[in-house]
Design a protein around this ligand. Structure first.
Ligand code: ZN
Length: 296
């Protein structure tokens, strides 16, 4: 965080730099075709962007020739070199790139669009920036279990990939947590509400995106927390609604199966989004939630 603060200015706040950096870290964690940047800062300029597309020296570190060839690379720490391997040079260069677009959020959006050329990527980075700004922190990695671990009965098991009956041949993408009607359902993570409403499969469902490019999906709810709406920021433990049996039909359909929370997790890798098994995470978070209770 101190590094981001060092390179923020009146146009580019620290949480913009931090959000881009976190986004790139997330992508490098899940993509095999991009090299992991082996440093504190994850932002990785392409050689074309850094040195200039026409530069005959793709690894150029001379601020003068880089500038001559229209590259973005700058010397951020005053050592006379503009090095894409140097964290300070990278953050300074990104801050400088962003500041050219102007101070508003709209300007930031345009800067991101020009750089990444993807609506989904822009959305993801804006979400992370919003969270960092709101909590004034980059430490948003705590997770809890989605239903209370004490005071309510629940059960779940790993059923990843099982067949399910309704709506054609689809595999089960998530974990079902069986519990009584109206058992509270809480957010497992920090995040922003991306979707809230009816879906013919999921019934009343909420979708939340966190700072790790992960989308958390809570389905078949009996009711919503009426204090929440799309765009709101949540934290681990924020009440989302109650366990129900809605879904598998038109709006309001309920009772076609026993009440349970269907919990799904989806990862975005910069190009596509795919479901992965939430069961191992749930086991871990359940443990953590029980430890929290013991401490109280
Ligand atoms: Zn399910």
């Amino acid at each position: 965080m101190s590094m981001y603060l060092q390179f923020q200015d009146y146009i580019v706040p620290w949480y913009y730099l931090a959000a881009i950096d976190q986004y790139e870290r997330n992508i490098q964690d899940v993509r095999k075709d991009i090299p992991k940047r082996d440093s504190t800062v994850a932002i990785q300029f392409s050689k074309e962007y850094w040195a200039g597309a026409m530069n005959p020296v793709p690894d150029d570190t001379s601020p003068f020739t880089i500038k001559y060839f229209g590259g973005l690379g700058l010397d951020g720490n005053g050592d006379g070199l503009a090095s894409a391997d140097d964290d300070e040079d990278v953050l300074f260069t990104m801050s400088n790139y962003l500041s050219k677009f102007g101070p508003s959020e709209e300007d930031f959006k345009i800067a991101l669009w020009e750089y990444y050329q993807s609506e989904m990527v822009v959305k993801q980075i804006l979400s992370i920036a919003k969270m960092y700004k709101h909590f004034n922190s980059i430490d948003l990695d705590t997770h809890v279990f989605p239903v209370p671990v004490r005071g309510y009965n629940y059960s779940y098991r790993g059923t990843w990939g099982a067949n399910r009956g309704w709506g054609g041949r689809r595999i089960h993408e998530g974990t079902d947590i069986f519990a009584g009607y109206s058992t509270p359902v809480v957010s497992t993570s920090y995040g922003i509400i991306e979707v809230m409403g009816w879906n013919e499969f999921g019934g009343w469902r909420v979708g939340i995106r966190d700072n790790h490019n992960t989308y958390h999906y809570y389905a078949h709810l009996a009711y919503f927390n009426k204090g929440l709406k799309v765009g709101d920021i949540v934290e681990p433990g924020t009440l989302l609604g109650g366990v129900g049996s809605t879904g598998y039909g038109k709006e309001g359909t309920s009772g076609k199966f026993p009440p349970h929370l269907h919990y799904g997790m989806y990862k975005f890798n910069g190009r596509t989004e795919w479901a992965f098994d939430p069961y191992p995470s749930l086991v871990q978070w359940e443990k953590y939630s029980k430890q929290l209770l013991k401490k109280k």
